[in-house]
Ligand binder design. Structure first.
Ligand SMILES: [Zn+2]
Length: 257
């Protein structure tokens, strides 16, 4: 069974160094940090599978270049984030360049609701969209806006399906959700970056790919077990990325909070 995965870059994002690598003070340090990272790629993923196309995340919208797009009253958007997304960078045109139309897409999965993952939702009317019910609740309404989400920018038709995990183990994950009948593409729950964050596993003939979302920002941070600066609870993020903790979790000695 042949599966292709396309990395789709929807522009670039610039964040504070205390966002990428957690410092004492966590989120407050992100707001007050004067140093920026280099410009970072914003990826969404397109899984070309015989059972249909599965898209993971939507990237950011080019409207984010408008200075009035983000709420200036929010301390994070007032000075802790910069976007560089051109109209042609959005996921819709890029799917078109790959020859993919709306009807080809079987499912869209959002790893979480941060703006650089959910900013392209308007390209998916009529598509089945799967999300974490926990994160959807946390991102919705006034509470969501105070937490830095942009529910007011979601399309009016946006009404996603909650992911209902089954007690089917995959590696250290006790629960998973099958995206394909053949079972090779799965959603798993690695909490930390957000409480309900999900990732997608793609098993091919010779390689297993882990489309991590923001479980970790880079391989080196993952290996060093370094949490980011915006995770609500660093201990939960570390439990997820720490192999020893995962092993213990898998054997039932330690559970994620
Ligand atoms: Zn994020």
């Amino acid at each position: 069974m042949k599966v292709n995965i396309h990395a789709t870059q929807t522009g670039t994002v610039d964040i504070k160094t205390a966002h990428r690598i957690r410092k004492p003070g966590g989120l407050i340090r992100v707001f007050t940090d004067s140093r920026w990272t280099e410009w970072l790629p914003i990826y969404a993923w397109v899984i070309d599978h015989p059972e249909g196309i599965i898209v993971v995340d939507t990237g950011e919208t080019s409207k984010s270049s408008d200075p009035n797009y983000y709420p200036h009253w929010h301390p994070y958007y007032r000075g802790s984030l910069r976007m560089n997304v051109r109209p042609g960078d959005e996921i819709g045109p890029q799917l078109g360049n790959l020859g993919i139309t709306q009807k080809d897409i079987k499912t869209l999965v959002l790893t979480h609701f941060h703006t650089d993952h959910a900013g392209g939702l308007h390209h998916f009317p009529g598509t089945e969209i799967l999300v974490s019910e926990t994160d959807h609740r946390l991102a919705s309404g006034l509470g969501g806006r105070l937490r830095g989400y942009l529910p007011n920018r979601w399309p009016k038709w946006f009404s996603p399906e909650p992911i209902t995990f089954e007690p089917e183990r995959f590696g250290p994950f006790e629960r998973s959700y099958r995206l394909t009948q053949a079972g090779g593409v799965l959603i798993v729950p690695p909490p930390g970056h957000t409480p309900g964050h999900v990732s997608v596993v793609v098993n091919t003939e010779d390689v297993t790919f882990f489309l991590a979302g923001d479980t970790s920002y880079s391989e080196s941070l993952l290996i060093k077990r370094t949490p980011d600066g915006v995770s609500p609870r660093a201990s939960v993020a570390i439990d997820t990325i720490d192999p020893e903790a995962c092993r213990l979790s898998a054997s039932g000695l330690l559970t994620h909070a």
